[in-house]
Design a protein around this ligand. Structure first.
Ligand code: CA
Length: 235
């Protein structure tokens, strides 16, 4: 079962740097994937929609600039932290122009990198990033307390079933990411014996919307993506 930890894709061809980053970030509770080339990075970013990307500029084949250009071109808005070599001032400029959110110059301290990642993540996703594990999710006046399994809109506490909570938790942990009905069944199944019929997800989502949304027929939080599944609204 997928955890609630924020996911980070590291695109870095230098083995030692990638390993060091991976280890340090895993210690902080992040869910890490490593790609060794721009092509691989782009493929994973497109398929797995990581919450954040650490991207080396100098890569064999497709470099970091090109990967970022294609990523943004495809509409992927995940925050990107660029890694540049010392003295390559132009890299920073180009990277930021292409839509990188921040950069760090190699060699960098892990502590500094960690704090940049946290602040980037917080900027992009609000309090989801307060703990690497994303213990509280806030979206407008909706608050999802993952530890207490409590959901509120403003001062109003919502009473959700375990299945409704799980569906909401998965969707809201990755705003904008489309989850198919099949995928939601798989994710929730560990928690509750769930009918394998994909239509049961529709029923749970419809109950969830009635509790959550101002107007369940015009949802603002849980969106239907026609032919694909459901997605939690992005900010
Ligand atoms: Ca490199």
């Amino acid at each position: 079962m997928r955890g609630v930890a924020a996911s980070i894709l590291i695109v870095e061809d230098e083995y030692a740097v990638a390993r060091g980053l991976q280890y340090a970030l895993q210690q902080e509770g992040y869910d890490i994937t490593v790609a060794r080339s721009g092509e691989e990075g782009l493929e994973i970013a497109t398929r797995a929609a990581p919450d954040l990307i650490v991207l080396d500029v100098r890569l064999p084949g497709m470099d970091g600039f090109e990967m970022l250009r294609r990523l943004r071109g495809a509409g992927n808005k995940a925050p990107v932290l660029f890694l540049t070599a010392r003295d390559e001032e132009m890299d920073k400029v180009i990277g930021l122009e292409l839509g990188a959110d921040d950069y760090m110059t190699k060699p960098f301290g892990l502590r500094e990198l960690m704090s940049r990642i946290k602040s980037l993540h917080r900027r992009a996703y609000g309090e989801l990033a307060d703990a690497a594990g994303g213990r509280v999710i806030r979206h407008h006046d909706l608050l999802i307390d993952l530890d207490r399994r409590r959901v509120q809109r403003g001062d109003r506490r919502l009473s959700l079933t375990a299945t409704e909570f799980e569906i909401l938790r998965h969707l809201a942990s990755r705003p904008g990411r489309v989850f198919s009905r099949r995928e939601l069944i798989e994710l929730v199944r560990d928690y509750e014996a769930l009918d394998q019929d994909e239509k049961t997800i529709n029923v749970h989502v419809s109950h969830l919307r009635e509790k959550l949304e101002d107007d369940p027929s015009d949802p603002q939080f849980i969106l239907t993506v026609r032919g694909a599944g459901y997605a939690f609204a992005e900010r």
